[in-house]
Design a protein around this ligand. Structure first.
Ligand code: FBP
Length: 553
């Protein structure tokens, strides 16, 4: 296979491990901390996870390895959306496993969790792993969003584990996938199957973070990729001076990706879903807020600008959020099938009219037909609206155009408003991982093996102190149940990992808030440029602004 010059060089890159994991597997010892409890709904979570709830946090330190030296046969799964660095989690896991014993085996289950259920797998060897080191993508084994939830699926997973003599499964995934990891760990523990389950925090969305997990992998590379592109568009806008660019960025519900890109590029507008919800802003108010910036800039002769729209924004607009919640109930379980079988949009529209409350139908009614249809697209297997498919960049551009027309008629606006629309999502998920993600992911995988060797199950591989150089990173593990609470999904109350939303009193948002008025009326764009893999450390090893601000740096 032909590979690019950069890929050739990246295959040779040696990822950096945390200091305490650098002495070799035989020199890693474990320190147990406090017992944990879930972030909320403690009694309910404890009842649902009787075998894995309340375990202790752990940290690895330099010292003699006291774990049992049994042969390990580990299965690994990539779950959910792609995130740069997944291949390095697998190579770190492989290297630690082989460093412990050449007899240990690593199996990759293909296509996500369904690979474990259907026993579709590959066995890794040195040559296989070497071809994927430090590369983006999940193509080494593929990924998928299947949720292991029925008794039949659990039994099939157990049978696969038994057939291969698995001692552990590592699930590399986001909040939903790691919820699944916790459920699987509990199932295996309850059935005394002898299979441990360890999760690794992946998602470009950045919403799998808490007091212990400082950030999920992939966020660094994806936001740097989008910021490069946004910076380039800003420079184009400032050169041509004739377009307003509406740029939707991925990130699902939370606005971490949008906020990080705004901190990197200083656009004129960046909406933050969590703020919209807190201030209960209506669609009309948001459109007015953007139109104010357009009008102010037009008065200064600047008929151009850049607005960043987080893809999950619509769920946070209260009237829209209620509408989506009602649609979710309307499509829950078998009802979705009945809806999808209706032959025409008119009949579907009638079903919707009857099913929604009067208030929600009023909101629905005024939306462009394209957006109406997008709201009824199939949910993902975890019951989430597929926000990536809702063209909110076009929705807001249209709403702003209407507002400006009203102002023009009232004689308060005289500018020109021509728009371009973009969506940055998929192009950031498989980029070559930045040095940060390459190092972080390799460490997560290596560390996951240490958790396995020490017999832990239902834990998330945890690497912290991430704003410091890698030699100062801290490696350990956290019980997944510690991050869980009960939430309504697919019309039912379920135990899930609590999503981390943008905190409005957090330092990253505060910084943005303090500067955005100036960014809205002036042109303060910054141009981050492409990710640098080689060169001075102050451009190659930069963490995100979010992490730096959160850590007070
Ligand atoms: P994960 O939460 O699984 O990491 O997915 C991240 C994500 O990229 C979201 O930002 C986006 O909304 C979604 O996946 C898109 O899903 P799909 O790849 O199925 O289109």
């Amino acid at each position: 296979m032909e590979i690019s010059p950069l890929q050739k060089e990246r295959l040779k890159y040696e990822p950096k491990l945390p200091g305490m994991l650098r002495h070799g597997v035989s020199e890693i010892s474990v320190q147990e901390g406090e017992a944990t409890q879930s972030v909320a709904d403690q009694e309910k979570i404890k009842a649902l996870f009787p075998n894995t709830y309340g375990k202790k946090e752990i940290t690895f330190v330099k010292g003699a390895n006291t774990s049992s030296a049994k042969k390990q046969v580990v299965g690994v799964i990539l779950s959910g959306g792609q995130a740069p660095g997944g291949h390095n989690v697998i190579s770190g896991l492989y290297d630690a496993l082989k460093a412990a014993s050449r007899d240990n085996v690593l199996i990759g289950f293909k296509g996500g969790p369904s690979g474990l259920v259907n026993d579709e797998y590959v066995e890794f060897d040195d040559a296989f792993i070497d071809a994927y080191r430090n590369t983006g993508g999940f193509d080494i084994i593929g990924s998928g969003r299947t949720k292991i939830e029925t008794e039949e699926q659990f039994k099939a997973a157990e049978a696969t584990a038994k057939k291969h003599g698995l001692t552990a499964v590592v699930i590399i995934g986001g909040d939903d996938s790691n919820t699944n990891a916790a459920v699987l760990a509990e199932y295996f523990a309850a059935h005394k199957s002898g299979v441990q389950v360890i999760g690794c925090p992946k998602t470009i969305d950045g919403d799998l973070k808490n007091d212990d997990i400082e950030c999920s992998f992939g966020f660094d590379t994806a936001t740097k990729t989008y910021s490069e592109l946004i910076g380039n568009i800003e420079r184009d806008a400032n050169s041509a001076k004739k377009y307003w660019h509406f740029i939707k960025v991925m990130g699902r519900s939370a606005s971490h990706v949008a906020l990080e890109c705004a901190l990197e590029t200083q656009p004129n507008i960046c909406l933050i879903g969590e703020e919209v919800a807190a201030k209960k802003m209506s669609l009309s108010q948001i459109a007015d807020y953007i139109a104010d910036s357009v009008a102010t800039r037009a008065e200064k002769g600047m008929n151009f600008g850049v607005a960043i729209i987080p893809e999950g924004i619509v769920e946070f607009v209260p009237e829209f959020g209620t509408l989506i919640a009602e649609i979710n109930e309307l499509l829950a379980g078998e009802k979705a099938k009945a809806f999808n079988e209706l032959p025409s949009w008119n009949e579907k529209y009638e079903f919707i009219r009857k099913g929604l409350t009067g208030k929600s139908f009023k909101v629905f009614e005024i939306l462009p037909e394209g957006i109406q249809k997008q709201l009824f697209l199939e949910r993902d297997p975890h019951g989430n609206v597929q926000v990536s498919l809702i063209e909110s960049e076009k929705l807001f551009a249209e709403l702003v155009a209407n507002k400006l027309e009203e102002r023009r008629k009232a004689g308060t606006y005289h500018g020109s408003f021509k728009t371009q629309h973009h969506f940055f999502g998929y192009e950031g998920r498989c980029a070559f991982p930045s040095n940060f993600d390459a190092d972080y992911c390799y460490s997560l995988g290596y560390n996951a093996f240490m958790l396995i060797q020490y017999g832990y199950t239902g834990y998330l591989s945890k690497i912290s102190n991430l704003s410091k150089p890698a030699d100062q990173w801290v490696a350990g593990g956290m019980p997944i149940t510690k991050m869980m609470n009960m939430e309504r999904r697919n019309g039912e109350d379920k135990p899930v990992i609590r999503k981390a939303l943008v905190e409005l009193d957090g330092k990253p948002f505060r910084y943005f808030e303090a500067h955005r008025a100036e960014w809205a009326s002036e042109t303060c764009y910054t141009y981050p440029g492409a990710i640098q893999y080689y060169g001075p450390s102050d451009v190659c090893d930069l963490t995100t602004k979010t992490l730096a601000l959160e850590k007070g740096e």
